[in-house]
Design a protein around this ligand. Structure first.
Ligand code: PEP
Ligand code: MG
Length: 747
């Protein structure tokens, strides 16, 4: 066997490049590659095995083994030496294959006469695509250089597979990213849609893995590394007063960007014939496989950092980045690892859907998606590696399913569902001007939640009777500077104008918890949802609260102002907040500004404690708004952002309903206006139950108003209350099943 030295591997890569330039495709191209590799490595056998499906590998080309076995010989992952290479993503190098653990003899291939075996994974960024093998009769171990050369060929093969270079011949030759794939995640926003994948940050595609001139590649790498170092220093400078964790990550970036070991390995790859970007990707792949195998949290974090840094370097080298110049296709469905609210707003209503690999239901991106009524599926694991720009994609937000490149059957089912939803939407349009009057005659008021300018058109198109919750923090969150008072006045005035006389309830800033303003020093709290947030911040550092109150007063001059304070846990917090409002009123009067003609001041009931506040408090507030998202999380001690525990507790749980009913009773006794404005108000079943318990003002996202009104108008709330009472008396943990049964036959 010829020792594959550095220049050997360069020669091998050179002939591979020539082979790729030839006008061959599919099977012919694979045959050419195994032939070249066997000859230039001086081995009798070279074979390529590719994944047929997630579990099975298929022999797709061979030089030296029985050619009749091609596309016939298959093995499961983990089976035989080839299967083991694929399972563990690790090279096997042995002089005596038959005596090696895991060996399985495949008689149809005629491999019994070969002793040595070298198998390397064909993988791209840690994702296994197949196995590349050389075998020889002579019993010998392959040298490190030979192993390296084969790994490089495997890498080139991986790139070609990625680019679809083998599509067309033979079953297993259909490249990845061609087959239908389904992902199950969690629902962020219901709705069904069809569109085309638009990647928020497209993966960098390396189209030139093999290079002519190592010196040119070396200069390109040096230049890109230099630019990378400058950008990391810049990030560090900008984050210097940021939180400790972010600084730690950036320091790790700086270490890697200056790492001699990392650079040396990439230089070696270039000397062996790889292009600069292929060298970066080869190192990235190695780090990814270590990442997959490591259980050490610290090491995993650092490998993630290296991965991210490699992506940045690849973007610098290829000029591909967030702004790839890829045009937004018609009917785009955005696919991203995660996304911030501001970025999402940039895309606006043009999106047909959003799929996130990470994300959470309570996040601001989710709130924005809901405000824009765009179906959203979160936690769709693996979507980032599988989806390519331009793929057909169908989203079922109701079932939390994402169908990538769906087959005809799935397409038909989804299209039927879209048609049904469109029919339902038509039904809701008919209801637009009709009241949400239940069959028993009870009038329920349906209002909408808002927070963005993008929400305002919904005021007329949804049939809402006003804004029951205006989340003012969204404006703060979507900017990278603290808004000025004049900006606040302008925004609130636009909201009031859009409402044209309907009620708008402004909520003062609810920051803290997961809502961190980019321009404020973050506090390092172990439990931010129960930490220094909302009115607690407002009272301790009243600067922003005062500015906001003043802006509310100015924007509602001559009209009615309704303002509420979030996260009031005890009476004196309400008194403190109200005192701030009184001071702001006095100041405005002194300045000679016109005041609102009436002012209503309320509190959000988001902690169980407030339900037991003194009567005096209840008499003093003009209204109470139940913030069900927070109230439920504190009632059950279940984090609203933690998908695992959130779903464990049903909103229609008897204990929770008993608790709500108690609040209704106290509000009635003290003649206090009561509303419910958490996400649950927008779920038709929940909404009719709340109404049956006596909560007659519900505020929800605009898209929910139609479905809630539709069911409300068909429901006899008195009869429903009896169903709820019976389920409670019968000792059911949740009334849901009884209510569903009853609704099915009585509405
Ligand atoms: C709530 O907690 O129910 C609520 C409406 O407030 P937010 O979702 O903004 O915390
Ligand atoms: Mg809340």
């Amino acid at each position: 066997m010829v020792q594959a030295s550095e220049s050997e591997s360069r020669k091998l890569l050179g002939s591979l490049r020539d082979a790729m330039a030839e006008d061959s495709a599919g099977q012919a191209r694979l045959n050419r590659i195994v032939n070249l590799t066997a000859h230039s490595m001086g081995s009798e056998v070279c074979s390529i095995y590719l994944f047929r499906d997630n579990e099975t590998l298929e022999l797709c080309a061979t030089e030296g083994l029985n050619s009749a076995a091609v596309h016939q010989t298959r093995m499961r992952v983990g089976e035989g030496l080839v299967g083991r290479v694929a399972r563990y993503n690790q090279t096997i190098n042995t002089p005596n294959a038959p005596a090696t653990k895991g060996f399985r003899f495949m008689p149809e291939t005629g491999e019994e006469i070969y002793s040595s075996f070298l198998g390397v994974p064909i993988q791209r960024l840690g994702e296994s695509l197949g196995v590349l093998v050389v075998q020889s009769k002579e019993a010998r171990e392959f040298s490190a250089d030979e192993t390296y050369a084969l790994e490089v060929v495997a890498m080139v093969l991986a790139e070609m597979t990625e680019l679809g270079a083998f599509v067309g011949d033979g079953d297993a030759l259909s490249a990845r990213h061609q087959k239908p794939a389904t992902f199950e995640g969690h629902t962020g926003q219901e709705g069904v849609s069809e569109g085309v994948v638009y990647l928020h940050e497209p993966r960098v595609v390396v189209t030139n893995p093999i290079a002519d001139d190592p010196d040119v590649e070396q200069t390109r790498l040096d230049d890109a590394l230099q630019r990378l170092r400058v950008s990391v220093d810049q990030m560090l400078f900008e984050a210097r007063s940021g939180d400790a964790e972010q600084l730690e990550i950036l320091e790790a970036y700086r270490l890697f960007a200056n790492s001699k070991g990392w650079r040396r390995r990439m230089e070696e790859d270039i000397q062996r014939g790889l292009s600069a970007e292929a060298a970066v990707e080869k190192e990235q792949s190695t780090a990814r496989s270590r990442l997959e195998q490591s259980n050490d949290a610290y090491l995993r974090d650092r490998l993630h950092d290296l991965d991210d840094l490699s992506n940045r370097l690849l973007r610098l080298l290829t000029g591909q980045g967030s702004d790839t110049g890829a045009e937004v296709p018609p009917n785009p469905i955005l696919v991203a690892r995660n996304i911030g609210p501001a970025e999402l707003l940039d895309y606006g209503r043009s999106l047909r859907g959003i799929v996130l690999e990470e994300g959470s239901v309570g996040s601001h991106a989710a709130i924005v998606a809901r405000a824009l009524a765009i179906p959203l599926v979160i936690h769709a694991k693996g979507i980032i590696t599988e989806a390519l720009n331009g793929d057909t994609i169908m989203l079922d937000g109701d079932q939390a399913l994402v169908h990538l490149r769906p087959d005809e059957g799935v397409q038909k089912a989804i299209r039927d569902k879209i048609a049904m939803e469109a029919q339902a939407a038509d039904r809701y349009i008919e209801l637009l001007d009709k009241p949400a009057k239940a069959r028993c005659g009870t009038q329920v008021s349906l209002m909408m939640n808002a927070g963005l300018m993008a929400d305002l058109p919904s005021l007329s198109s949804s049939g809402a009777e006003g804004v029951g919750l205006f989340r003012t923090e969204l404006q703060f969150l979507t900017q990278n500077h603290m808004p000025k008072r004049a900006e606040l006045v302008a925004q609130y005035t636009r909201v009031m104008n859009a409402a044209s006389g309907q009620r708008v309830v402004f909520r003062t800033l609810d920051i803290g918890s997961d809502k961190v303003l980019p321009y404020m020093t973050p506090t390092d709290e172990p439990n931010p949802a129960m930490g220094w947030r909302a009115i607690r911040v407002g009272l301790d550092k009243p600067g922003i609260l005062r500015m906001q109150l003043q802006a509310f007063l100015r924007a509602t001059a001559g009209r009615e102002l309704s303002v509420m304070f979030p996260f009031i846990a005890q009476y004196d917090e309400f008194q403190g907040a109200r005192a701030e409002l009184d001071k702001a009123i006095t100041r405005e009067k002194r300045l000679g500004h016109e005041l609102p003609h009436s002012i209503r001041v309320g509190a959000m009931l988001e902690t169980p404690s407030l339900a037991f506040a003194p009567d005096k408090f209840l008499k003093e507030v003009d209204f109470l708004a139940i913030g069900g998202n927070d109230l439920k999380q504190f009632f059950f001690a279940a984090d609203r952002e933690n998908e695992r525990v959130r779903k464990r507790y049903d909103t229609l749980n008897t204990s929770f309903l008993n608790f709500l009913e108690q609040i209704v009773g106290r509000a009635r006794e003290t003649n206090t206006r009561l509303s419910f404005c958490g996400e649950d108000a927008g779920r038709p079943l929940e909404a009719i139950c709340f109404a049956a318990l006596g909560i007659h003002i519900l505020s929800m996202r605009p898209a929910s108003i139609g479905p809630v009104k539709h069911l409300m108008r068909r429901t006899d709330l008195k009869a429903l209350k009896e169903v709820i009472d019976k389920a409670r008396n019968d000792g059911h943990q949740s009334v849901r099943a009884s209510v569903i049964d009853w609704v099915a036959s009585n509405t």
